[in-house]
Design a protein around this ligand. Sequence first.
Ligand SMILES: Nc1ncnc2c1ncn2[C@@H]1O[C@H](COP(=O)(O)OP(=O)(O)OP(=O)(O)O)[C@@H](O)[C@H]1O
Ligand SMILES: [Mg+2]
Length: 741
Amino acid sequence: MKKSLLPVKNVPASERHSVGKEDLVRLLKQYFGHPEFRGKQLEAIEAVLAGRDCFCLMPTGGGKSMCYQIPAVAKPGIVLVISPLIALMENQVAALKMKGIPAEFLSSTQTAQTKEKIHEELNSGKPSIRLLYVTPELVAIFGFMTKLTKLYNRGLLSLIAIDEAHCISTWGHDFRPSYRKLSSLRRHLPGVPILALTATAVPKVQNDVIESLCLQHPLILRASFNRPNIFYEVRYKDLLADAYTDLSNLLKSARNVCSIVYCLERSICDDLSGYLCKNGISSAAYHAGLNSKLRSAILDDWLSSRVQVIVATVAFGMGIDRKDVRIVCHFNIPKSMEGFYQESGRAGRDQLPSRSVLYYGMDDRKRMEFILRNAANKNSESSSSSNSLSEKSLEAFSQMVEYCEGSGCRRKRILKSFGEEVPASLCQKSCDACKHPGLVSRKLEELRHSSNTHKRDGFFPIIIKSSKDAFLEGQVQDTEFWNRDDEGSFSGEDISDSDDGVEVISSLTRSKISTKAGLDEKFEILKHAEEVYYQNKGQRKQEGSLTDKKAISETLKEASKKRLLNALKQAQERLGDLPLDLEASAIFLEMDCFKKYEKVGKTFYNSQVAATVRWLSSSSHEQILDRLNANSTTLVSTNCKSVTPPPDPIILDHVPGEASTGENQDNIKLKHSNESVEMKAPGEKIELPQIPSFSEFINQKRKEGQMGSSGVSSQYPSRGVQKRILDSQKNGANNASKRIR
Ligand SMILES: Nc1ncnc2c1ncn2[C@@H]1O[C@H](COP(=O)(O)OP(=O)(O)OP(=O)(O)O)[C@@H](O)[C@H]1O
Ligand SMILES: [Mg+2]
């Protein structure tokens, strides 16, 4: 591990607060390149350096991280940062290291070796680490708290920073049960100042955070929530010919700038992203249905501008620091103003002009009301307090409906919901209602007339109806959140008990019992499930082979090949002149997925296939040829018009005397007389030779290694093998839609 430029020393308390404002500004310049502090940063930093607890409420992108990063370089000791997302920790730690500030994170996604190194460093006489990022789940583990206590007893803990502190409150929109356990920090580590940071905390949440964390006489800093550089706008789906086209035109007219599109459901993300890609917009879907490796790959692509538009569920975003997001669209109405503010606030973190566009539709409104009502009805069976909590969420949702259906200043409405009363003049025509009041009023009028339901119900009231509303129930059961199949995929095989403790297990149990969990609950379960999965993955690898349920069957492989083939065909339609043998390329790409994920199981394999399909839908001519060419020169023809002489076909052989049944893969021998696949001119019918399964291929290679290349006895696969391959091809088509989405 790289040694610190800033070695940690045990410094007597009397020497701890000697950093003046000038020194702090110098550190800000030196490490972060900013000339001055923003908003309430300096006050927060001075408070915690003086050993005072602090509750810091700053808008999204306001620079909250600096409030604990500057103390980490200004004061000896280690700053413990509790952060809700692994991706967020990884990003911040990487950025700090680049700036020469020693920082580490501990999470279940790391290897035991990496974790051990970090612990060794913490146990050393002079740990180099200045910021240690951990998840709330880790803090809840007794063993880890013991380690923290040791650091504390050695006088090495200088500050505890709790990022996204609103997650501790059941009143907040992002409640995370593991945050509740952070209340034990004060008891175990008395005297270490605590800094709670959030961008969204209505007064009720604020009090809850302060009480739960046992903050003592905290300095409460509250910056304005106004984001003057964001232009707010609502578009009415019911008045548009086609919302997909409208969004696509919007993004195109903005010249493919960096954007985020939020959707309620995974399927919409996939669909919409596909549509945008087809329309020449560089986009990718991001949601909890993708494994975390894939998610971080997509995030990387987006952060490094390889992809411009992310179409995501709310799983995307908390703490994402890309400064130049120019547009944030909500393709479905969010469930609360807090959520909307957080998400739209991801636009324009560089303070440059940016846009928030919300697509509002009556169906979306009904759907969200139904989801929230259902949660209310479900909870009312178990507890009256949770019932009132769910009613609270309906109330919170009504603020969003008012935002969309009201004709007044959008900015004023947002700020009002956070308890800030401002004059409409503050907006300076930076929302559609202030800029084009007549137009907005006309649209609302039109909307009123177009909706029979609203003639009856009035515009604003949200009425709590029975959850047995058949029409809505039918609609909503198709969403990602209430899909039984999805839950099934997080079965005991994929996830086992973890050191994350009871909470995870009970979450998983709940996921099996409850087929209609709430949105937060469901995401909570997904996040935990993934963490636990990674935590146990290494262990399971050692335990031996995959269980049947996780194994990747031939049928699945065939279906994947077909799916990749279709994607390749579409890519060819889109790009025109791909000089590729599509079938051979599909086989190659499927093999690639299989090789990577054979040992991990079908969930990951499926995700990899899905990612490849998405990649094909958005990649350029060169990218596709590069990938296939780099990996197998035989898949790409440099001149597709000239027909290359047919190479020798791939020959599957029996091992003499053993291959009569053909069912045992070990019995099959494979010969590549020329390890290439035949290229044909476009239009010419391609007769592909039979392709062996991966294990067939490996076994053959192994045997070739032992026997040399001469042990070939027959040119054709056994009847059993032929049958298996034919069956796979037949079943593949039937199972494709069931198994892979
Ligand atoms: N004093 C400053 N001057 C200029 N830029 C700053 C300053 N402080 C922070 N920034 C920049 O502002 C951006 C947002 O910072 P940060 O991620 O800490 O915001 P945040 O308040 O945590 O937002 P979120 O609520 O979305 O997590 C970062 O790119 C950061 O480098
Ligand atoms: Mg932040």
